[in-house]
Write a protein that binds this ligand. Structure first.
Ligand code: UD1
Ligand code: CA
Length: 428
């Protein structure tokens, strides 16, 4: 693959069509902000550096991208006033210098592009030598995308925005995806020549493509077969479409690795979750960011594994149970109606229906430890911090108060729970 020297990501716009007030690129998408998906696209191309143009609520966006590259290739560039995509790239001129090599431009609102498509784009640009290659697609609904006006030889003559297009141009089905690989030297020559004489009074980066064509350079369209990659997020409706498509990719990855997902339509698994083979996920289950699930586990139906839940092999989380920052050892089970937050459970622990780990005292979160083979009776409340020793039992509706240490093998009952001493050997 012809690697780019620099990847520029445009992420300064507010996204007024979202009507949310967020910076659009911070929209949540399967466990990470949209911009993180786009930075991942850029990283896959292994450029020398990545320039992220930020503006509206730029501090948040800059913070979100700051730690995404362990090699520290990400640099943020500020576009104080949003005067269009061309203006945003102009803001990168001081960073680019006179000969920046191959430059790939991505928009922060196109989270579905695949690495293979971007690699193909770079290869095609390399073949033009000093030209530009850009991704296009022909979706059934062009919904606001710029249209590709082709020259007689099949190259791109120019791109016309929907708002500037004649009625004839609007019937063109081929659209601009806003993904370009430029000869950097001509890009930096063309950028200062942009004009804002269009319907939106903005500097369009798309006009740079027309400058390549006018200069007798190649402007090569690279048409994508898979239009599902072409979802651009301008509204919350588009965000839902993008989420569904990305979710499908995540689920397919797990299914192909041997995770039995009964009903993909009602299963939500965040980006980056790890799941072992042979685990069975029943319908209507949600698995948040940072969860690590072993092999042969059973989850759901109607389970919510909140952030940073770890299940060791064979653990089970059943109906209407929520976990959060919890670790369940091998074969531990919470099959019905429980909340397990900030908890460390050993192996083969049984969490009875209705058990609550009361982890929050109104100010701080505290941790509860429950050792191997213990049995929490239905309706037990464990007020954190507290601990339950190995093989101990709590009776139905026991309230284990803050700071209590239930001894190994003991039985505790009542409100507040009191020890009834050690159980007979073998009882559980
Ligand atoms: C743009 C393209 C259009 C293409 C479409 C594909 C232009 C002029 N139009 O239109 O041809 O079909 O994308 O997705 O480029 N941004 C900035 N600063 C600005 C303006 C925008 O950083 O001043 C960023 C936005 O945050 C966004 C991206 O650039 O991530 C695209 O901007 P947007 O307004 O969504 O462009 P479109 O109207 O979708
Ligand atoms: Ca857009």
């Amino acid at each position: 693959m012809a690697r780019p020297d620099t990847v520029i990501i445009l992420a300064a716009g507010q996204g007024t069509r979202m009507k949310t007030g967020w910076a659009k690129v911070m929209a949540p998408l399967c466990g990470q902000p949209m911009i993180a998906w786009v930075v991942a696209q850029a990283l896959a191309l292994e450029p020398r550096r990545i320039l992220v143009v930020v503006g509206y609520r730029g501090d948040e966006v800059a913070a979100a991208v700051a730690n995404l590259d362990p090699q520290g290739r990400i640099v943020t560039v500020v576009q104080a006033e949003q005067k269009g995509t061309g203006h945003a790239v102009q803001c990168c001129l001081p960073e680019l210098g006179p000969d920046p090599g191959r430059v790939v431009l991505l928009y922060g609102d196109m989270p579905l592009l695949r690495t293979e498509s971007l690699e193909l784009l770079c290869t095609e640009q390399a073949a033009t030598h000093d030209g530009v290659a850009l991704l296009t697609a022909s979706p059934s609904d062009p919904r606001g995308f710029g249209r590709i006006v082709r020259a007689a030889d099949g190259s791109v003559a120019r791109i016309v925005e929907e708002k500037d297009a004649s009625s004839g141009e609007r019937t063109i089905r081929e659209v601009n995806l806003g993904v370009y690989a430029f000869d950097g030297k001509f890009l930096v020559h063309a950028l200062p020549r942009l004009e804002a004489n269009n319907a939106q009074r903005e500097y369009y980066v798309t006009d740079v493509v027309a400058q390549f064509a006018r200069d007798g350079r190649k402007a090569l369209p690279v048409e994508l077969g898979d239009v599902s990659e072409a979802i651009g997020v301008n509204t919350l409706v588009h965000l839902a479409e993008a989420r569904a498509a990305l979710q499908r990719r995540i689920l397919e990855g797990h299914m192909l690795a041997g995770v039995f997902i009964e009903d993909p339509a009602t299963t939500y698994i965040a980006h980056g979750v790890k799941i072992g083979a042979g685990t069975h996920i029943a319908p209507c289950s949600v698995i948040d960011r940072g969860c690590v699930i072993g092999a042969g586990c059973r989850i759901g139906p109607f389970a919510h594994l909140g952030e940073r839940t770890t299940l060791d092999d064979g653990a089970e989380i059943g109906n209407f149970t929520e976990t959060k920052r919890a670790h369940l050892g091998k074969k531990s089970k919470a099959k019905h109606l429980a909340y397990i937050g900030d908890a460390e459970l050993g192996e083969r622990v049984n969490v009875g229906a209705g058990t609550v780990f009361a982890n929050y005292d109104g100010k701080h979160k505290h941790t509860t430890r429950v050792a191997d083979h213990s049995f929490l009776g239905c309706g037990t409340v464990l007020v954190a911090p507290c601990s339950v020793g190995a093989g101990a039992t709590t009776g139905a509706n026991a309230v284990v108060t803050r700071g209590t240490q239930v001894g190994a093998g003991e039985l505790w009952v009542g409100v507040p729970a009191k020890s009834k001493g050690r159980k007979n050997a073998g009882s559980a």
